[in-house]
Design a protein around this ligand. Structure first.
Ligand SMILES: Nc1ncnc2c1ncn2[C@@H]1O[C@H](COP(=O)(O)OP(=O)(O)O)[C@@H](O)[C@H]1O
Ligand SMILES: [Mg+2]
Length: 300
């Protein structure tokens, strides 16, 4: 069942930047990964879905209802963790979450206490509930951010780049928490980290320059590239030549040399080896404009 339908959303800011250019997406229950480089328009889309800003044109339906026609109704069902959730007063986690619960409209004291305690437990912050949030590590802050977003049992959870800056252990812990949540509600997660989507999301979309350039299931998209990715370790001079002549997916530096990944239906040049395509190849190919939803990949 599609719960969130985004139809042809467009948004141009007053400085002339067209941050969203005809975005359409369908999202069902579970984790949806929105992957894209900085400036792609991810945060713009998320602020729009949270009804914090309005599109110039287009429509968004949540469970069949137009969210811009009745933003208050949407806000009752929404949990949002913005990318720059950055104000951490010297209150304890317990006090701050309780305060935020009041703001969210949880006025019954017993229910509020129960929910605050259970969210602190779920996000593994119960032991440190009396510590100031300002003293928390990056991972703890993000888990606190999720706790506040989950107040009032939202049906739609929007989390904007929650894993940026987390160390691998914290990221892993955060992934577990999101997976648990994703079983019950619609979660839209934006990230520029390919592993986030690979580990968490049964459905994904890639955004670039305000557009959705690719969408689908990570495994199926990866399958699309099988047998068409080739790898070679090259010098700088050879790299420059290949940049002009071949469809370069990505260049990684390894041991002072350049490891290039190339998209081609046949072996592109001597010394290339076939490479089993992964989600990173999918991501970089779509960003480079080599593949796009609905279109076949041109042979080089
Ligand atoms: N409030 C704003 N006013 C003007 N331009 C903005 C504003 N917010 C974002 N932009 C621009 O819109 C584009 C998309 O930005 P953003 O949505 O933040 O992308 P992402 O989250 O993928 O990095 C960028 O070019 C950015 O500079
Ligand atoms: Mg952003």
């Amino acid at each position: 069942m599609q719960r969130l339908q985004i139809n042809s959303i467009t948004k141009t800011y007053s400085n002339g930047v067209k941050a969203l250019n005809n975005i359409s997406l369908n999202v069902s229950n579970g984790m949806f990964g929105l992957l894209g480089p900085n400036g792609a328009g991810k945060s713009s889309l998320m602020r729009t879905l949270a009804t914090l800003q309005y599109p110039d044109s287009g429509q968004v339906l949540f469970d069949g209802k137009d969210i811009f026609a009745d933003p208050q109704q949407l806000k009752k069902q929404l949990g949002y963790l913005p990318q720059d959730f950055g104000v951490y007063p010297k209150l304890s986690a317990l006090e701050l979450l309780n305060h935020m619960a009041i703001l969210k409209g949880l006025l019954n004291k017993t229910e509020r206490k129960e929910q605050v305690q259970s969210l602190l437990q779920q996000t593994n912050l119960y032991e440190v509930r009396k510590h100031a949030v300002s003293s928390f590590s990056g991972g703890m802050r993000q888990r606190f951010g999720i706790a506040q977003a989950l107040l009032g049992n939202p049906q739609l959870l929007i989390v904007d780049e929650p894993t940026a800056g987390l160390d691998p252990l914290e990221r892993n812990r955060f992934h577990h928490l999101l997976t648990e949540i994703g079983e019950q509600v619609v979660v839209i997660l934006s990230t520029h980290i390919v592993e986030d989507v690979h580990d968490l999301c049964p459905e994904m979309a890639v955004m670039a320059n305000g557009q959705v350039v690719l969408q689908g299931k990570p495994d199926q998209l990866t399958e699309l590239l099988q047998g068409r990715v080739w790898k070679k370790s090259v010098s700088k001079a050879a790299l420059e030549q290949y940049q002009q002549n071949l469809q370069l997916i990505s260049t990684r530096i390894s041991g002072g040399r350049f490891e290039v990944h190339v998209l081609s239906d046949t072996c592109p040049d001597s010394g290339f080896e076939p490479f089993e395509a992964d989600i990173e190849d999918v991501y970089f190919s779509s960003i480079a404009g080599l593949i796009r939803s609905g279109k076949e990949v041109a042979a080089c």
